[in-house]
Design a protein around this ligand. Structure first.
Ligand code: AMP
Length: 197
């Protein structure tokens, strides 16, 4: 049985950094996967699937449902430890419903919580555009620029209320204030995750 924590947050919320630091602290109990990192790894592999994925990432658009569902189900099934943090999912009502059906069908996955790392749009924008400005030439992410940021923010925000309502009704939504320092956010999320495993 895998105990699963889904972590959602705007681009720039820090969700990937927070989750990876927590998993690093407890390698014997917890593993972390970021949907964005898994998709970028597929792009870096140079596969045909990677080329298709890059065409979505570079526009700030969501990759198709079947690709992302296969990616996360495979990550959960191959996880080497019983507790799994996945950040970046769900990002649409369609993804949320698809995953709900998978959890209902499979005995092996227990959804422990959906953690929302909440930041204002101003904080998100400042962090992402700051990250872009600091990246060495040729080293930055293809989607860290103002135009794509605006699209990513809209893609994040549009389904957010429906996602919040769905998991609030199931008593699974846990909101964390992501505008604080990295240490504070990580300490808060770490304590919460540990309380559930
Ligand atoms: P991130 O690293 O979380 O900012 O994600 C970067 C990009 O990867 C997104 O803008 C999407 O193009 C793609 N992506 C990440 N997670 C998902 C997801 N759950 N569904 C579809 N596309 C995703």
């Amino acid at each position: 049985m895998k105990k699963l924590f889904l972590i959602i947050g705007a681009p720039g919320s820090g969700k990937t950094t927070d989750a990876s630091l927590i998993a690093e602290k407890h390698p014997e109990h917890l593993v972390h996967y970021s949907t964005g990192d898994m998709l970028r790894a597929e792009v870096a592999s140079g596969s045909e699937l990677g080329t298709e994925i890059e065409s979505y990432i570079s526009r700030g658009a969501l990759v198709p449902l079947n690709i992302i569902v296969d990616t996360i189900v495979s990550a959960i099934n191959h996880a080497p430890v019983p507790n799994v943090l996945i950040d970046g999912y769900p990002r649409s009502v369609e993804q949320m419903e698809a995953f709900d059906a998978i959890v209902a069908e499979e005995d092996g996955i227990d959804l422990a919580s959906v953690i929302e790392v909440r930041v204002s749009e101003a904080v998100a924008r400042e962090r992402i555009l700051g990250r872009a400005a600091e990246a060495a030439p040729g080293e930055g992410r293809s989607d860290d620029n103002e135009e794509v940021f605006n699209d990513r923010m809209k893609v994040y925000t549009d389904p957010l209320e429906a996602i919040q309502n769905f998991y609030t009704d199931k008593n699974l939504l846990h909101v964390i204030d992501g505008a604080r320092t990295l240490e504070e956010v990580v300490a808060d999320m770490d304590a919460f995750v540990l309380s559930k495993i």
